[in-house]
Design a protein around this ligand. Structure first.
Ligand SMILES: [Zn+2]
Length: 491
């Protein structure tokens, strides 16, 4: 406590110099209400810039001579001059009618006229309510919240995020400008302007008007065509600008293309095991996993084929042996968009039960590892040279993590499948897990492995033998495919 070291006279002097009951205004943010120093009221209300800065997290500095203040906030710079009714924001001068004043050693700014200018520099919506002496900093106010700009192999994809669908109008204008008007739009200007990606877009403009908003992109060069569509989950307007001459560097050349090739329409259905590889065997009725897998796969293929927007490829449509390598090759050569492997689980523990969905990632727990080992068994048959030591932790399977590129999508696909199966199957959901399945590891697309139930469990073996149950599994996966398409398909 430094102050105790001061002589008593100095302490008394400090107390007598401090202001007597200064005015206060309220600052309302999502985090609650705080009070900051103010002066005057109504149209003449001023607030303390340094107190506001404490709340907003900017940087404030006086010049050496003590007549001007620089205020940095969210990458914007304000300049004030004591006694002047002008404020400079990023080299544009605004008239705030009343002069900036120094009171009690702090800079005070007129609330009514400065707040709209402050708002230009904030990702939140900042408004001043003179009657209630309240400054509101509202981050939930926007209906156009963000923009991303991503390079694709043959162009650029601009996404404008809006939590719910909003009317919009897109038009081009002189100088490679692409403009989007949002009647009723309330845009998060700060966030949108910071999305600038100068390699593809020279400039972004964002204007908030009273009853509409506009976002404009000045593209690096002329472009031939663009398509747009609204996507959900999260809600966003996608604008795909096709231009082969964008010619991105090799670092991003492996990114997905936009345009017709980006359709999610080729689905590979992989019935696990087959031929000499029986998979697991039911304990009570000697049901063969390979047969159940094929039945479900055929059921699913029939459903998806009826839906004309998809094309289905099966890694096997009869009882024959297909190596894991071949399954992956079939999917990769077809340039499939999704890979769905269908299996039944098995455990030495008779009571083990439930359905489960896996996607590829390093196995994180013993159960996932055991499931992976079971399903990878044919790989071991195919590659007798594999070191038994490595087999234990599946290191050999995970050497080649081609699939890592799709882990996010695969995980999402797995969670969607889990949700759909929970809706339809009356058995225990074991949740989503990840494991090192070889067949998933070597396909170049989002992929999951579904364990429809435990064939080693008496009750569930019975279910797996039931046509109605198998149909429900197929329905769940079909629904999953449709949901995934709706979420991920580019235009
Ligand atoms: Zn299996």
């Amino acid at each position: 406590m430094k102050i105790l070291a001061l002589p008593l006279v100095a302490i008394l002097l400090l107390i007598s110099l401090s202001p007597v009951a200064a005015d206060e205004i309220k600052v309302k943010t999502s985090g609650g209400t705080q009070k900051i120093g103010s002066e005057g009221s109504g149209d003449l209300a001023y607030y303390s810039l340094s107190a506001l800065n404490e709340i907003m997290g900017g940087r404030l500095g006086w010049n050496r001579a003590g007549y001007s203040v620089q205020f940095d906030l969210n990458g914007n710079r304000f300049g004030f001059v004591v006694g002047s009714p002008y404020v400079n924001l990023n080299d544009t001068v605004y008239n705030i009618i009343l002069p900036a004043r120094v009171l009690r050693g702090e800079l005070f700014i007129p609330a009514g006229t400065f707040t709209p200018i402050l708002n230009l520099a904030c990702p939140e919506n900042v408004t001043w309510d003179g009657g209630g002496a309240t400054l509101r900093i509202d981050s939930e106010w926007y209906n156009v919240t963000d923009v991303t700009i991503a390079a694709k192999q043959n162009g650029v994809l601009i996404e404008i995020f809006m939590p719910s669908p909003l009317k919009f109008e897109i038009y081009e204008s002189e100088g490679n400008w692409l403009n989007i008007d949002f009647p009723g739009g309330r845009i998060n200007r700060g966030k949108i302007l910071s999305a600038i990606n100068t390699r593809h877009v020279r400039k972004i403009n964002a204007f908030q008007f009273d009853s509409s908003a506009q976002v404009s992109f000045r593209l690096r060069r002329n472009y031939k065509k663009f398509h747009h569509s609204y996507k959900t989950d999260p809600g966003r307007l996608q604008i795909a600008i096709e231009d082969a001459r964008f010619n991105p560097d090799s670092a991003i050349s492996n990114l997905n293309r936009i345009g017709p090739d980006e359709k999610i329409d080729v689905i590979v259905i992989d019935a696990g095991h087959g031929g000499k590889d029986y998979g697991a065997i039911g304990r009570h009725k000697k049901t063969r996993e390979k047969d159940i897998n094929l039945e479900i796969a055929k059921n699913l293929a029939k459903m998806i084929r009826k839906d004309k927007q998809f094309k289905v490829i099966m890694t096997r449509s009869k009882d024959k042996y297909v190596s894991l390598d071949d399954r992956a090759r079939i999917a990769n050569e077809a340039k499939a968009d999704l890979f769905i492997s269908i299996h039944c689980n098995s455990s030495p523990k008779q009571s083990a039960n439930g359905f489960q969905v896996f996607y590829l990632a390093p196995a994180k727990n013993d159960a996932a590892r055991a499931a992976a080992q079971l399903e990878n068994a044919p790989f071991l048959l195919d590659n007798a040279a594999v070191d038994k030591q490595e087999e234990g932790d599946l290191a050999f399977i995970l050497n080649d993590m081609i699939q890592t590129e799709f882990i996010t999508e695969s995980a999402d696909l797995a969670y969607m499948a889990d949700i759909e199966m929970r809706k339809r199957l009356k058995i225990r959901p074991r949740g989503v897990d990840h494991a090192g399945f070889f067949v998933l590891n070597s396909v170049y697309m989002p992929s999951i492995l579904v364990e429809a139930a435990f064939i080693s469990n008496k009750n569930e073996e019975k279910k797996l033998r039931d046509k109605k149950y198998r149909k429900k599994v197929a329905e769940s996966i079909y629904e999953t495919v449709k949901r995934f398409k709706a979420k991920y398909e580019r235009i």
